[in-house]
Write a protein that binds this ligand. Structure first.
Ligand code: AMP
Ligand code: MG
Length: 693
């Protein structure tokens, strides 16, 4: 086995109602992880482990997340452990076999044969194995010993199986014949024909490296290799999958052949946010000038003072610079020998017995050791023209050196840390002034993404088009709303206009937009109608990956989040983000704040990302949705007692434009039967500032 061949990706699903409640009760997970690592010959990498209860839909949902919508690299091998017996709660084989596109009875046979040689009770295990999309899936028993034995029985053959399932060219894979295949897999020659399940013999001869190197290069050419992250050869697996195996309906087949139920798993809001966090590109660092345009930027570096503040010894009062004699007694009449104003220039040196008039902020004359406030003095004599002071009497006793003086660097010293990486520059907090004061003219910041906003729908017309609407026309509400919201949050916005419900024009609009912007927001076209083309266009035409296409929430269920591979200006392959929000105006605005904003924040380094969450007290009863958590548009005010009080903006149907008015918060209402009562507390996400009642 060539050391340069990267490991294939394994995900482990622990199926146990007990372990789902208390993960510490699981023993099989660790055993399987060790087996993969110690006996897998370095060919495998465990990339994800999840625990679910013995519930068919939970099992299926997790497997579909891995096999259908997983991270760009995909998952090559999904192992489950548990739920394969005869107990009432044992559901795993049923849950898994319903998902398999191809059955693999040979793997099942291999596992059973191995187990039966250990105990006849192996008959009590009902394993299944097969392929879904490009992932090989195998159900292992729940006991640590059984799980391990079964895995050992088949592990060596699985690398080959997974490469084939991932689409690697089988001619190159099989070059060299069965003997070579066995040697590559780590079977010793005496074992061929039998499954060497308990063997821990070392694997791989020197000859194998050639075949693998060859087969990999072959597969790269064959697949049109459409990805650009630095994960090397092992990445053959998944990047072309979304377009090769999309979940969206094929628009060419028309309404009668569309999906009648969304094939996308319904994610909880937190899971959806997790996907956004995982797939939003990391922030880019750019140099930004210190100017009034700096507010909103997040620092990508610790910033140090370039110079001392103040840069010179300065008076902090209007008065007289003096040279304090021993003992500090300054009482007496002194000649005023010079004047120091707050202006550049050298003042002449001051000697004991002389004083110099000085203004606030002016540099001290050389030799001066203290400043007497004008209030502690009396004018004694004037020049002949009566315009200037000649002599001044000082009334102060016990004067200390350094009084009323700001020393060099007493505020900020050169090279001291003034702002930290990750801090956001505000427009009101004085950070810009701080940078200016210490001579910093440019800072490294995270680039702020450019947002494109597109409306879709044949019925949508410009909101300011003159004349009345024709039957069926709808004024574009979402585009202006979202452009204003994105700009209010500090992002540059590109107006992408309105696209018709035709896949060709939609594709072209999106392709152009992907060149100009970092993140696209579309609204409309994500429902289940035959003209809802966003998902198919992203998956099928743009080769994008839909990370989620349904979220358990109200409003906003069809919210869709995808990334699309594109070349940037430097010719590198990058992924850009597309949020396809529902068309209903209230849904669009809620999902913008809930999902798009955290992504934008992550791209420009703002942490924590997303809206600020605070507890609020309900000003009246709120009914709950029985099934879905609701994000309820509300007005939050601060009362005299300092408590935050929330009232509804009214009817919350997602198409209701009126319910947007005045909302500065989204209340997080859980699903439930009984209403939340007036006076109860719930969490609220603040979209805008809070004013007093
Ligand atoms: P769709 O998701 O395309 O089925 O749209 C759902 C609903 O939202 C339909 O009633 C659309 O007419 C409406 N809608 C879609 N886009 C907009 C928009 N930009 N402004 C106002 N309403 C819209
Ligand atoms: Mg539409």
């Amino acid at each position: 086995m060539s050391a340069s061949t990267p490991p294939l990706r394994v995900a482990l699903l622990i199926i146990s109602t007990t372990a789902a409640k208390d993960p510490s009760t699981d023993a099989s997970g660790t055993v399987l992880k060790d087996t993969i690592e110690q006996e897998g010959g370095g060919r495998w990498q465990l990339v994800d482990t999840k625990i679910v209860s013995d519930v068919v839909v939970q099992i299926q949902r997790q497997i579909m997340l891995w096999a259908d919508v997983a991270v760009p690299e995909g998952i090559n091998l999904i192992l489950t452990t548990g739920g394969t017996g005869f107990a009432v709660a044992d559901n795993t084989p049923e849950a898994v076999s319903a998902l398999l596109h191809k059955q693999a009875p040979g793997i099942v046979h291999g596992m059973l044969a191995a187990s039966l040689s250990v105990t006849p009770f192996a008959m009590m295990s009902r394993p299944v194995a097969g392929v879904r999309n490009k992932s090989v899936i195998i159900t292992l028993p729940g006991s640590p010993k059984g799980a391990k034995e079964n895995l050992q029985a088949v592990l060596k053959t699985l690398h080959h199986a997974c490469l084939q399932a991932a689409g690697q060219d089988s001619r190159s894979l099989h070059a060299g014949g069965l003997k070579k295949l066995e040697a590559d897999a780590g079977f010793s020659p005496t074992m061929s024909g039998a499954v060497g399940w308990h063997s821990r013999s070392s694997h791989g001869g020197s000859s194998s490296s050639h075949t693998h190197a060859h087969s990999h290069s072959h597969s790269h050419g064959g697949h049109g290799h459409s990805h650009g992250h630095g994960h090397g050869h092992g990445a053959l697996v998944r990047h072309t999958t979304p377009s090769a195996n999309p979940m969206s309906s094929d628009p060419a087949l028309g309404p009668s052949r569309r999906n009648r139920e969304s094939p996308y798993p319904m994610l909880a809001v937190d899971e959806a946010l997790g996907q956004i966090k995982e797939h939003t590109p990391a922030p880019e660092v750019v140099a930004t000038k210190v100017s009034r345009d700096l507010p909103g930027f997040v620092l990508a570096e610790d910033v140090k003072a370039k110079a001392n503040v103040p840069a010179f010894r300065a008076s902090i009062v209007d008065g007289y610079a003096v040279v304090v004699p021993k003992g500090g007694n300054m009482k007496g009449v002194f000649p005023v020998v010079s004047v120091s104003h707050a202006a550049p220039g050298e003042a002449k040196e001051l000697k004991e017995g002389q004083i110099a008039r000085i203004t606030t902020g002016a540099p001290l004359p050389a030799g001066a050791t203290s400043v007497i406030m004008v209030e502690d003095t009396v004018l004694k004599t004037m020049t002949d023209d009566g315009k200037e002071e000649k002599e001044v009497e000082i009334l102060a006793d016990n004067v200390q050196e350094g009084e009323n003086i700001r020393e060099v660097g007493s505020d900020i010293k050169t090279d001291s840390l003034i702002l930290r990486k990750g801090e956001q520059i505000s427009a009101v907090g004085g950070e810009i002034g701080l940078l200016a004061a210490v001579g910093v003219g440019e800072v490294r910041t995270y680039r702020r993404p450019v947002v494109g906003v597109l409306s879709t729908g044949d019925e949508i017309v410009e909101h300011d088009r003159p004349g009345a609407l024709r039957l069926g026309e709808v004024r574009d509400t979402n585009r202006v709303t979202l452009m204003a919201a994105a700009r209010e949050w500090g992002f540059e916005v590109v107006d992408l206009g309105i696209a018709a419900d035709q896949s060709g024009s939609l594709e072209e609009t999106l392709r152009n937009a992907l060149r100009q912007v970092d993140l696209i927001i579309t609204t409309g076209g994500v429902s289940m109608g035959e003209l809802d083309l966003l998902k198919p266009t992203i998956e099928r035409s743009l080769g994008g990956t839909i990370h989620f296409g349904r979220v358990a929430m109200k409003p906003g269920k069809p919210t869709t989040f995808a990334t699309v591979p594109v070349k940037n200006n430097a010719g590198e392959r990058v992924r850009k983000v597309v949020f396809s929000l529902p068309g209903n105006p209230a849904s669009a605005l809620v999902t913008f704040h809930l999902f798009v904003l955290p992504s934008l924040h992550q791209m420009c380094g703002v942490a924590p990302a997303g809206l600020t969450e605070v507890p609020v007290t309900l000003a009246h009863d709120f009914g709950l949705d029985q099934r879905r958590p609701e994000y309820h548009r509300a007005v939050v005010t601060v009362g005299r007692d300092g408590l935050l009080l929330a009232s509804s903006t009214g009817g919350q149907r997602s198409s209701k434009v009126g319910s947007l008015r005045g909302a500065n918060a989204l209340l997080c209402l859980p699903a439930g039967d009984a209403p939340k009562k007036k006076g109860e507390k719930v969490q609220a996400l603040l979209m805008g500032g809070v004013r007093s009642e």
